[in-house]
Design a protein around this ligand. Structure first.
Ligand code: ARG
Length: 457
């Protein structure tokens, strides 16, 4: 009944569902490198003759040169990058190409290629994050004294310095980089030689291929080596955490650039206009960084769900490991670059920030602290007195330091004129000189340490 429609169908569908070449061609450099390491080892171990090893090596170089020049051909019949390369090698050097796959399976091959790819991506991600840290540290140094409102619940809380705020992100990125470094150490073992799942009877030298590919050692269990993708998940989890930090920073820029805030003027190069509203300058890059975080976290979730029910060892489900990693890596690289530009090229409107810091009774805590230190009042009572002062100022529509001394003394007689020196935003930030606090001198010392860590000057 359905034969007419499906007679030719299944094989076409099979070819299409089976083909990973459309995406795994991104692994071609790693595939060539791993094959060259493998065949050099086969030659050294006399598993193939020295002549054959040389022919195969030269052939792989020729294939690589073609890929470099023309791109990787996409033939679904050849399924993946491994078969594509071997197929082209056979066209170039003949049947001797068939010796390359001795003592190897696509299962250890793909695990090796993919580890090499993820390792390189970790290094690139780390370099991008370092550039972002530099931008943060330089702006933080420029703005160690720039006062802005600090928020909790997005309600004005206490004055802080912009330098301090930016250095908060420096710290987040510092931890992100250490997550990447951890992942790199853990993943840097060579699966090559694990073969299909059980190892091989050929007298291979796994230490040699491991060293040739820059791994620290061969993996210790062949079943594990071909069937886990935790190295990719370690990267995706680190990438998710990074994207989350970037998204929060992007969100702050979006808020700061809004007209009611007006704290920052974003570079034109990272903004767009509106097709209908001529006055608009939209923070699209920041919004996309915020949006991309959803896709990166989604990629991590996607691979976890792919892996969670698979029995040992390899199953074809695992071919689906690559698209989420590739997508996350390219979204993350773009996001890091966008945020680096945003931090480096934005103009902070420090007057506006300072004015905003003076609104919202941001120095109320300073009044309470003054009552504790200068009038020896217990903090809870001081908090209560300050609350009354804020209530009065609010009803009069004035700032705390615009209340007269008589008005303050009517609330509590222990207040005296010296209190005004504590109520300015400058005094407030300068007072918070505890280690890691927002005082300009603290920020300068954090910036100096960060500059040393990044080798700036
Ligand atoms: N294209 C495959 C992948 O990406 C390579 C491994 C295929 N192995 C197999 N036994 N079918 O996972």
């Amino acid at each position: 009944m359905w034969g007419g429609r499906f007679a030719e169908g299944p094989s076409a569908i099979m070819r299409e569902i089976n083909a990973s070449i459309p995406f795994d061609k991104a692994l071609w450099r790693q595939d060539i490198a791993a094959s060259k390491a493998h065949v050099a080892m086969l030659g050294a171990q006399n598993i193939v003759s020295a002549d054959d090893a040389k022919t195969i090596t030269d052939g792989l170089d020729a294939v690589a040169a073609e890929y470099e020049r023309d791109g990787v051909p996409e033939d679904w019949d050849l399924e993946d990058i491994h078969m594509t390369t071997e197929g082209r090698l056979a066209e170039l050097i003949g049947p001797v190409a068939g010796r390359l796959h001795t003592a190897r399976s696509r299962n250890d091959q793909v695990a090796t290629d993919f580890r090499l790819w993820v390792r390189e991506t970790i290094d690139q991600t780390d370099a991008g994050l370092e550039a972002l840290q530099r931008a943060l540290v330089i702006q933080a140094g420029n703005h160690a004294d720039s006062i802005m409102p600090g928020f909790t619940h997005l309600q004005t809380a206490q004055p802080v310095t912009l330098g301090h705020h930016l250095m908060a992100y420096y710290e987040m990125i510092r931890r992100d980089r250490s997550r990447l470094a951890d992942a790199r150490v853990r993943m840097n073992e060579s699966p090559l030689g694990s073969a299909a799942l059980a190892g091989t009877g050929f007298p291979i030298d796994r230490d040699a291929t491991s060293a040739a590919l820059g791994f620290d050692r061969p993996t210790a269990n062949s079943l594990d080596a071909v069937s886990d993708r935790d190295f990719a998940l370690d990267y995706l989890m680190a990438a998710s955490q990074i994207s989350l930090h970037l998204s929060r920073l992007a969100e702050e820029f979006i808020i700061w650039a809004s007209q009611p805030f007006g704290f920052v003027r974003m570079a034109d190069s990272l903004s767009t206009g509106s097709s209908i509203m001529p006055q608009k300058k939209n923070p699209d890059a920041a919004e996309l960084v915020r949006g991309h975080a959803g896709r990166i976290i989604g990629a991590c979730t996607s691979l976890m769900i792919t892996m969670k029910g698979l029995p040992l060892a390899y199953s074809k489900d695992m071919q689906d490991d690559k698209p989420p990693v590739f997508e996350a890596a390219s979204l993350l690289a773009l996001s890091i670059a966008a945020m680096t530009g945003m931090v480096a090229d934005s103009t902070f409107k420090t007057d506006r920030m300072r004015q905003a810091a003076e609104l919202g009774y941001a120095t109320a805590t300073d009044l309470a602290d003054w009552l504790v230190t200068e009038a020896d009042i217990p903090f809870r009572e001081a908090h209560h007195i300050t609350g009354a002062a804020v209530k009065l100022a609010e009803s009069k529509g004035v700032a705390l330091d615009e209340l007269s001394i008589e008005e303050l003394q009517a609330i509590d007689s222990r207040v005296d004129k010296r209190v005004y020196s504590a109520l300015s935003v400058e005094a407030s930030v300068a007072a918070r000189a505890s280690y890691g606090g927002t005082a300009p001198d603290q920020v300068r010392s954090q910036v100096a340490q960060a500059r040393a860590a990044l080798d700036i000057e």
